[in-house]
Design a protein around this ligand. Structure first.
Ligand code: OSB
Ligand code: MG
Length: 367
């Protein structure tokens, strides 16, 4: 297929509430949406870079720069075999996985539409519903946290992820465990600790958590392996897995037992599915993480999470958990701990184009 045209748009979306994690926080998201055009078809995707470099070094503006100055000029007008080689002309660009993933993921939507199948089917998905959880940001008080958690349990989420940081960790989680003895809980530290905190983190072992996500440095695999030796709670890696090479190293070192796969973080759906395959071969589970996406990114994540190794609930929550109004119809909903994987062709969603165009603050077109 030949990529004939690309349109990149940025528009703001305000989340219902401020989302705080140990490394930062956000409420006003700067969404970047890409449309690729090929042979009468469109492929859509969302760039998951945040407005600031607190989660990863990429930001909305670095992604816009890399996409508009290098990636899109390099691929528009090219003949490509499929999504797996859509980035081949720009393979000289180092890093910037979120910018690259944006193009590759739109390529997957295009390829699925060209085949007349759902993205889930195109990727090798085997489930029509996937188990889903919710990620709860840091809250100033336990009372607020308990109220939110109760609300999400009532909405039927299969597990609840709690953001932690020093000072808001063991006691807070012990309080939750006492109040909600049967809930599947996990914790996400977003790199708030160091190996010196290992004795403190070992106290989590008494709380029956499914896992602790990214307790140590965002780029550190060695200390995570030393920590995993000292605690029974499985370590799950997020920030520190940005490539298949990172995963190979993590498996060799024993840096964790679970991986949170975010297609944006690892450079696309192709790498994501290979990381999935490697983990399945190692007998270890994966789950699909989230980056506070709109319905477009959510549709990509759901398709990925339909692969067989995604056995743990993902951070794939209902549209209403994030937005007063999503940009897709119908909005994504959760019931009985699961979300339906769209069955329509490609992403299987309907985009609210008029609203997107009305919200757009900058646009770049390549042909
Ligand atoms: O660490 O998984 C994370 C959101 C933004 C940046 C990092 C993370 C998160 C989440 C939210 O936990 C997941 C979601 O609901 O999209
Ligand atoms: Mg995380």
């Amino acid at each position: 297929m030949k990529i004939e045209r690309a349109v990149l748009r940025e528009f703001p979306m305000r989340m219902k509430e401020f989302f705080e994690i140990s490394s930062g926080g956000m409420q006003d998201r700067r969404m970047v949406l890409l449309t690729l055009y090929s042979e009468g078809l469109e492929g859509w995707s969302e760039c998951v870079a945040s407005q600031d470099p607190s989660y990863a070094y990429e930001t909305t503006d670095t992604a816009w720069h890399i996409l508009t100055d290098f990636i899109l000029p390099g691929i528009v007008g090219r003949e490509v075999d499929g999504p797996e080689d859509i980035l081949a002309p720009v393979s000289w660009i180092r890093g910037h996985g979120m910018a690259k993933a944006c193009v590759e993921m739109a390529g997957w939507d295009l390829a699925a539409r060209a085949d007349g199948v759902s993205l889930s089917k195109k990727l090798g998905g085997v489930r029509d519903v996937v188990p889903v959880g919710v990620s709860v940001g840091l809250k100033p008080t336990d009372a607020e946290l308990h109220e939110q958690v109760q609300g999400y349990i009532d909405q039927g989420y299969a597990r609840v992820k709690i953001k932690i940081k020093p000072g808001r960790d063991i006691e807070m989680l012990a309080g939750l465990r006492e109040r909600f003895p049967d809930t599947l809980f996990m914790a996400d530290a977003n790199s708030a600790y160091t190996l010196a905190d290992a004795p403190r983190l070992a106290e989590l072992d008494a709380l029956d958590l499914m896992m602790i996500e990214q307790p140590l440095g965002y780029d550190d695999l060695l200390d995570h392996s030393r920590l995993q030796e000292q605690i029974a709670t499985p370590v799950c890696l997020d920030e520190s897995i940005k490539s298949e090479g990172d995963l190979a190293l993590a498996l060799k070192l024993g840096s964790g037992r679970i991986v949170n796969i975010k297609p944006g973080r690892v450079g696309g759906l192709g790498v994501s599915s290979r990381i999935h395959d490697t983990m399945v071969a190692a007998g270890l589970p994966v789950w699909c993480g989230g980056m506070l996406e709109s319905g477009v990114g959510r549709a990509h994540n759901l398709a990925l999470a339909s692969l067989p190794g995604f056995t743990l609930p993902g951070d794939i929550s209902a549209s209403q958990r994030y937005w007063d109004q999503d940009i897709v119809t119908p909005e994504f909903v959760v019931s009985d701990g699961v979300m339906q994987v769209p069955t329509g062709v490609g992403l299987g969603i309907e985009l609210d184009l008029d609203r997107i165009q009305g919200l757009t603050v900058r646009e770049a077109e390549f042909r």
